[in-house]
Design a protein around this ligand. Structure first.
Ligand SMILES: Cc1cc2nc3c(=O)[nH]c(=O)nc-3n(C[C@H](O)[C@H](O)[C@H](O)COP(=O)(O)O)c2cc1C
Length: 454
């Protein structure tokens, strides 16, 4: 009896899918708390463990919160897929991709690493082929799915394109393996605000990268869970009369509000995804305004030369303001960082148009500044929405309005109101910068509440 186990197996045979299900059950039973991952992320992590037979992988896996949804959306649209190795290109199952988007074929999976022009140029320049290969794919990376199982230098180049050229893949699977630049390339990517699935540290490889994308395919082509189906079919959005806020939403709102910060020093410079910026501006535009006049405009300023000139203007005003403080207070003032004009990803200038609906505005006869104040409501909405999107915002007041007017070309009678700096951040500080620097603290609430009279 040379193969006794096989004989035993054939007495109680299992199909391929049954073996897979049993494998998953074993992985689940050996990781009862799913290694701390939520259900949808665990499906991806479990498949990576399944591919390697190695449960020690779980603590190394990182997924951005938008990785799965963004990956699924991209696959459903038939987004291009760029692979850093031909092994990934061959390993990806076109059948699985087609279950999500029927238009996929092998040609949609790009890999230029073995192209002759790439190889020749790599020799000439003395750089790895993978670096030039991903450059060649540049046009397909924005909105595409980029899969790394081998080439950390190509990942570094993608990171550069994200930061410097505004390229925004829908999903990056970051699993290059090895010893040189491997750890840093993944760490850098994870700080850029792009949807990612990564295996941190030196581990990785093409089979893992392929498994990760297959796991996204499985999730994309799976029917909605019953509970969500029911919600999708039976629960239309509540009508305005009955849409009371749940406790969970209330708590989420207060969480956003209390963790909002004025950000100056923590910007990473990574781009803001277009859809986030759009939601943030929609929130600003949903602000209340006197007479519903909506007197605001939002000017997005990306140009670094203009921003550099605004920074010069800021420095002049700051020096002037420093003279208003004496001795140690002046030194403390000069130590404060009061802007992030160049470090942020972009600036937004909020302007005020008093003439938007003619000379008479409902509601402004007693307090004529109500129109201007309305712009500030929009700014606060924008600030909170940015926080909800994990985008930092800093308000820079120390720039002369006349400089803003000339640099941005603001015509009369429109007024510049607020120069805002926005972008992804390394972290949100737990307390206001001015409090941490010992400048001032938050007043006790009861000190500012008055009953009836002043
Ligand atoms: C109208 C306004 C103008 C501000 N201007 C500046 C500024 O020029 N530079 C700066 O660093 N912070 C500025 N801030 C931020 C405040 O310093 C900050 O809101 C305050 O210290 C509380 O910190 P927090 O926003 O992190 O809670 C401004 C805030 C407001 C509301």
């Amino acid at each position: 009896m040379k193969t006794p186990l096989l004989r035993e197996f054939l007495q109680n045979p299992m199909t391929g899918p049954e073996i897979e299900a049993r494998s998953f059950a074993i992985i689940d039973s050996e990781s009862p708390a799913r290694a701390g991952f939520p259900e949808d992320q665990w499906e991806i992590v479990r498949r990576l463990i399944h591919t390697t037979g190695d449960e020690t992988l779980a603590p190394l896996v990182r997924l951005s919160s938008d990785a799965i949804s963004s990956g699924i959306d991209a696959l459903k649209k038939g987004a291009p897929i760029y692979a850093d190795s031909n092994m990934i290109r061959s390993g990806l199952s076109v059948a699985r991709l087609r279950e999500v988007f029927p238009g996929y074929d092998r040609e949609k999976i790009l890999c230029h690493v073995a192209d002759n022009d790439v190889a020749e140029l790599a020799v000439e320049k003395g750089v790895p082929r993978s670096l030039l290969a991903i450059r060649k794919a540049r046009e397909s990376l924005h909105g595409g799915i980029v899969v790394f199982g081998n080439a950390p230098v190509a990942l570094l180049e993608l990171n550069r394109m994200i930061v410097e050229e505004g390229i925004r893949p829908a999903l990056v699977i970051a699993m290059p393996v090895g010893f040189v630049h491997v750890v840093e390339s993944k760490e850098e990517l994870m700080s850029l605000g792009i949807p990612f699935i990564a295996v941190t540290g030196r581990r990785g490889g093409s089979p893992l990268a392929v498994a990760a994308l297959h796991a996204i395919c499985t999730r994309a082509s799976a029917p909605l869970p019953q509970s969500e189906q029911r919600q999708a079919t039976l629960a239309p959005p509540p009508s305005p009369e009955e849409n009371s806020i749940s406790e969970k939403d209330r708590d989420a709102f207060y969480h956003v509000l209390h963790t909002r910060r004025d950000v100056r020093a923590e910007f990473t410079g990574a781009p803001i995804p277009d859809e986030k910026l759009r939601r943030i501006l929609e929130a600003a535009h949903a602000a209340p305004s006197v007479g519903f006049m909506q007197p605001w405009d939002f000017i997005i300023i990306r140009d670094r030369e203009i921003r550099a000139r605004l920074l010069e203007g800021f420095q002049a005003v700051r020096e002037r303001e420093a003279l208003k403080f004496e001795g140690e207070k002046r030194e403390a003032y000069l130590r404060l960082k009061l802007q992030g004009i160049l470090e942020c990803s972009l600036c937004i200038l909020v302007t005020f148009d008093p003439s938007r609906h003619g000379p008479v505005v409902l509601g402004t006869s007693a307090q004529s500044d109500m129109d201007r104040f309305s712009c500030v409501c929009a700014i606060q909405n924008l600030w909170l929405a940015a926080r909800a999107e994990n985008i930092g915002l800093g308000w820079v007041s120390l720039v002369d309005p006349s400089l803003l007017r000339s640099e941005i070309g603001i015509p009369e009678p429109i007024e510049p109101i607020a120069l805002l700096c926005l972008g992804p951040v390394e972290k949100f500080q737990p307390r206001p910068d001015l409090e941490r620097a010992g400048w001032l603290s938050r007043l006790p609430l009861d000190q500012v509440i008055h009953e009836g009279r002043w």
